[in-house]
Design a binder for this molecule. Structure first.
Ligand code: ZN
Length: 125
């Protein structure tokens, strides 16, 4: 799978570029949202991954700005930090708007998470 970085994420079209009525408009996730399962074709197409194949256990440290928390809509998208360092990158098959997805594995559950990519929130770290 293709490895992507902050620069790749910044080049994606933002939410404002979504045409009215595009199928992806139903996916509203300015901050991390739980979804019932991974979302893929035909709605989304895979672009690649932010995960470094050389790192077996990516850090669980988070990077925040302006008082943001994990679930904040204004939290920065920091590819080197949790949970971005384990995300796959997807794009709307119709308009190209970007989304991040990963799966959290707890002791008794799996939780699929989705977040829209706002290119303006992508930081290099
Ligand atoms: Zn779309």
């Amino acid at each position: 799978m293709k490895r992507l970085d902050a620069g790749d994420l910044r080049r994606l079209p933002g939410t404002a570029a979504t045409p009215p009525g595009c199928a992806c408009a139903a996916l509203r996730a300015p901050g991390w949202e739980s979804v019932t399962g991974p979302i893929g074709a035909p709605l989304l197409r895979s672009l690649g991954t932010l995960r470094d194949p050389e790192v077996a256990e990516p850090t669980v440290a988070e990077f925040h700005q302006d008082g943001s928390r994990y679930e904040s809509a204004h939290a920065p998208i920091a590819p080197a930090f949790f949970p971005y360092n384990r995300c796959e990158v997807w794009a709307c098959a119709a308009c190209g708007r970007g989304f991040l997805q990963y799966t959290e594995f707890g002791g008794y559950y799996v939780d699929h998470r989705l977040r829209e990519i706002d290119p303006a929130r992508v930081v290099a770290g």
